[in-house]
Design a binder for this molecule. Sequence first.
Ligand SMILES: Nc1nc2c(ncn2[C@@H]2O[C@H](COP(=O)(O)OP(=O)(O)OP(=O)(O)O)[C@@H](O)[C@H]2O)c(=O)[nH]1
Ligand SMILES: [Mg+2]
Length: 316
Amino acid sequence: MCLRIAKIPKAERITQQALKKALKNASSKRGIERERTILLTFYKEIHSKLDRAIKSVPRIEALNTFRKELIDVLVGVRELKRILAHFNRSLRIISKLKKEYVHKLACAKDEREARKLTNEFLGRACSVIKRLEKSIELFNGYAVKLKEMPDIKPLPTLLIAGCPNVGKTTLLNRITGSKAKIASYAFTTTRLNLGYATSDAKEVQVIDTPGLLDRKIEEMNKVERKAIIALKHLANAMAFVFDPTESSYSVDSQKGLLTHIKKAFDIPIIMVISKVDIASDKQIALAKEIAEGLGLEWVLNNDSKLKARLVEFCFR
Ligand SMILES: Nc1nc2c(ncn2[C@@H]2O[C@H](COP(=O)(O)OP(=O)(O)OP(=O)(O)O)[C@@H](O)[C@H]2O)c(=O)[nH]1
Ligand SMILES: [Mg+2]
């Protein structure tokens, strides 16, 4: 589901390439027919370049909310549409010019007049393309940004949250088996860890967002907040990793973040108690108590059914 948008050559290059092709195609022709071939090939080349780029952009309305939000943050949906409209408008103008000059050529008296008409057409079409310079530059910049979109699949999705260093990535690796894939996530300066967990023929997508779901929303900048909004649309459930040993963060700060996230995300949350191998019974008991106090389910990170529990939790 990565967005791959076709880049467009610079305005000057488009016209140069189109003209080169047009002259090549017309090399075996003579007279008015030669001029007609130049005109039609030139038009076809320009049309195919722009049309390919326009068609490579998916219909924004057809995308899911997560992707729409993501596009909006990365490039701005309105801005992208404005540029596409500019391309479409230019194509229409050039198409109209083509029709007009094909007609004029058909009525041309001799080769000299035909050549004059073709040059006139080329000049006018080139100036339309030249005016696209800025839009092409912006469009190509967007193509680069959109290529960076994470390869999110339309599967039930489990988000992993928790304070820094509590064991979020360890959990992701544990339940998704193989080493998680690191996808770029242009929202933040960090990356996005993605993995897939299957249990009982059910598959879920598991996402760990380094440096994003480990602090309060008030501490975030505008872009990070938007990232949270997009993630909200995507997630079906959340695993909140809680480190009872306090080797990362104090129980109080973790409880504070959990309470905060519970309010911010209106999705089912399950507490995954981490570092169980080095935690004391008392520490584990306190973590369970906190989960239950907040009305949440919990699971130990060394539970043999950890993966099955989390996958099943996502399907509720
Ligand atoms: N003993 C023990 N150590 C663990 C466990 N889970 C994680 N750790 C250790 O805790 C440290 C942090 O683990 P990560 O999985 O990187 O934690 P994280 O929450 O992803 O960290 P950040 O992405 O930096 O916020 C590492 O040194 C892990 O080896 C566990 O179950 N037992
Ligand atoms: Mg991590």
